[in-house]
Design a binder for this molecule. Sequence first.
Ligand SMILES: [Zn+2]
Ligand SMILES: [Zn+2]
Length: 310
Amino acid sequence: MCLLIRFCRGKRKAERYWRESGVRKIANLGATKHLTILPLVDWYTSSEELKGEAGVSYLIKTDTNSILFDVGYNVEQSDPSPLLHNMKQLEVSMDDFDAIVISHNHCDHVGGTKWEKRKSFSLTTHQVNLEGKVVYTPIPMTYPGLNPICTETPTVIATGVATIGVIPNQDFFLGWILEQALAVNVGGKGIVLIMGCGHQTLSKIIKRAEALFEEPIYGVIGGLHYPVTDSREKMMGIKIQKYAGKCRLPWEPITMGNVKESIDRLKKLNPRVVGLSAHDSCDASIAVFRNAFPNAYRDIKVGEEISIES
Ligand SMILES: [Zn+2]
Ligand SMILES: [Zn+2]
């Protein structure tokens, strides 16, 4: 009962926060000619040498900057973590990124439950030296030797790159969630949105982006949490993502109808690049997305770079 009260209160608070979080157009975003997104952690991999898991970490490169978006799950807390293992296989070093953006403080994005509890993050079992990196987090978080910047409101973090600011939601089990997504402006094409789990809901992410940018939305890539037929992450045999993280009552499942509603919303934008992370969506949802956007759909697989040129 107390979870139900918390849920109802949280939902009201999220709606209030959303209504009151008026945002102004971002005037100084700039643009990049080239954008590449290299998944370093996700469920599917492009080769057997790479490790897949129900987490997210993408290396995002523009003309001038390189950003590590989330740091994976490392569910077994192994060293090297899947992230570090895949970085080595893909010849990505710590010098290949200058900033880290954390989408939200959930274990599958901050490197494990231990770090989530500490409101911190880690690329492997221990916190490696990240001296010189700039870190952007959706809530106040810490990291040894660094001073992460909490980007609650929309913030330009590099030429052509902004976080759209946090959009809250309330989950029945996981509680209050503050999540941010990234927006990259590819010159002459438009805004590419990159999401972690997508707890904000796609419709609010789109509304926020439309309020912030003059440019059209060109692409949508990442997690949107559509575990309709199955979940990747299981806890004691329970398909956990079908219940936790969906920001609905436990007895209200995510349906294929909901997935199609999101697709209809997205189709109005005529996006040219669409990719759904398998870490929190089932294969059936991915298949529906792929069929809905036959020319735009891109698989998200560890080691398979998605490249967008102006
Ligand atoms: Zn996630
Ligand atoms: Zn999450």
